[in-house]
Design a protein around this ligand. Structure first.
Ligand SMILES: Nc1ncnc2c1ncn2[C@@H]1O[C@H](COP(=O)(O)OP(=O)(O)O)[C@@H](O)[C@H]1O
Ligand SMILES: [Mg+2]
Length: 345
């Protein structure tokens, strides 16, 4: 299936009304999630652990675990509808048009093969290259992701490389066929701060140079602030806020986003995790009919819990939506910050 050239009108990725169930269809863990990622754009998916970030990514990649499934919605990659592809078609799309990087690079590599072979062999198979040509391409790719001495790296086994180098190897594999979309799920979480910044800069460079669309999952708002253009804030499987990153971080309009930012700006700069908002999100399938955040929300009223709350445009801001009945009122009262100078750096 050929990739239609992305145009300003046609995003690289469109996710429309995605629902994902777990427990063999028994419970819904992702509810009506819609968003787009344009070519050259980086979209961040943030939210506490268990909010549905990974399920959303794995749906886009066709890599959901057994027992979990897309139960409704459409996923469109550059004009190709990915929902309903069979496994062979998925493999082809993943090989040629999608790239993925996950948290633990070591577990995605075969310990008994050199990293060079793990990049070169699939290239050889897909493009009928000679062994020599494939090696050449692999070495070039390793150089392009900032691995020094790529000839030597090519012949190393995974256990001979550091975590940061392994993550660069995975990025090289992910971009080896110039994908339209790169999905990075907590790709830098396990790395130390310096290496994390280097890998983020690499993703950012690939996005600019290759016009890659980037979907970046993180629980670290500082990471999101560093590389993303737009932010999707997920709570209990639902998008609660969607807007330009700088705007969302400077002036959040959902009480949950505000709480995340407050937590992130507390404490020392090396522990900016999203944890520790009092209370816990509802387990999948146990949320009431109204706002899913209401039981933990300082601003909740009876109106918040009675009926579903829709995502609606934030007054006065273009391309920014929020799922909160009280946004306008709270902003008028100054409860939600009109502007925030201290965004996590
Ligand atoms: N394979 C699975 N089986 C059962 N429940 C799952 C499975 N995968 C995810 N879930 C549940 O779905 C919810 C969302 O999970 P996930 O997308 O992994 O969250 P996140 O990546 O935001 O931490 C969680 O409550 C999680 O327990
Ligand atoms: Mg996850």
């Amino acid at each position: 299936m050929p990739a239609a050239a992305p145009t300003p009108e046609r995003p690289a990725l469109t996710v429309d009304g995605l629902h994902v169930t777990v427990g063999h269809g028994r419970t819904e863990a992702v509810h009506d999630v819609s968003f787009t990622v344009r070519a050259g754009e980086a979209v961040g998916l943030v939210g506490e652990s268990g909010s549905g970030k990974t399920l959303t990514c794995r749906s886009v990649l066709g890599l959901l675990a057994p027992g979990t499934a897309v139960s409704a919605g459409r996923i469109d990659l550059g004009g190709t509808d990915l929902t309903g592809l069979d496994e062979r078609a998925w493999q082809r799309v993943r090989g040629l048009r999608l790239g993925a990087v996950f948290q633990d690079p070591g577990s995605y590599l075969n310990p008994s093969l050199t990293v060079g072979r793990q990049l070169a062999e699939p290239l050889r198979a897909r493009h009928r290259l000679s062994r020599r040509e494939a090696r050449r391409r692999a070495v070039d790719l390793f150089a392009s992701v900032g691995l020094h001495d790529p000839e030597t790296v090519h012949d190393r086994y995974p256990h001979e490389l550091s975590g940061g180098m392994l993550q660069r190897v995975l990025v090289a594999i992910a971009v080896s066929d110039d994908p339209e979309l790169l999905v990075a799920d907590e790709a830098t979480t396990a790395l130390d701060t310096v290496v994390q910044a280097e890998v983020l800069d690499l993703l950012d460079r690939l996005r600019t140079e290759r016009g890659l669309a980037l979907l970046l999952v993180t629980h670290d708002l500082a990471v999101a602030a560093h590389v993303t253009d737009r932010l999707l804030v997920l709570y209990a499987g639902e998008i609660v806020e969607d807007g330009p990153t700088a705007e969302v971080l400077a002036a959040p309009t959902h009480p949950y986003t505000e709480a995340l930012l407050t937590v992130a700006s507390l404490g020392d700069r090396h522990r900016r995790d999203l944890a520790v908002i009092p209370g816990r999100p509802p387990e999948p399938g146990t949320a009431g009919p109204g706002c899913r955040f209401a039981p933990r929300c300082t601003y909740a009223t009876d109106a918040c819990t009675g009926a579903p709350v829709a995502l609606t445009p934030v007054p006065g801001r273009s391309s920014h939506t929020v799922r909160c009945l009280r946004t306008a009122e709270l902003a008028l009262q100054g409860a939600l910050p009109p502007d925030r100078t201290e965004v996590p750096a």
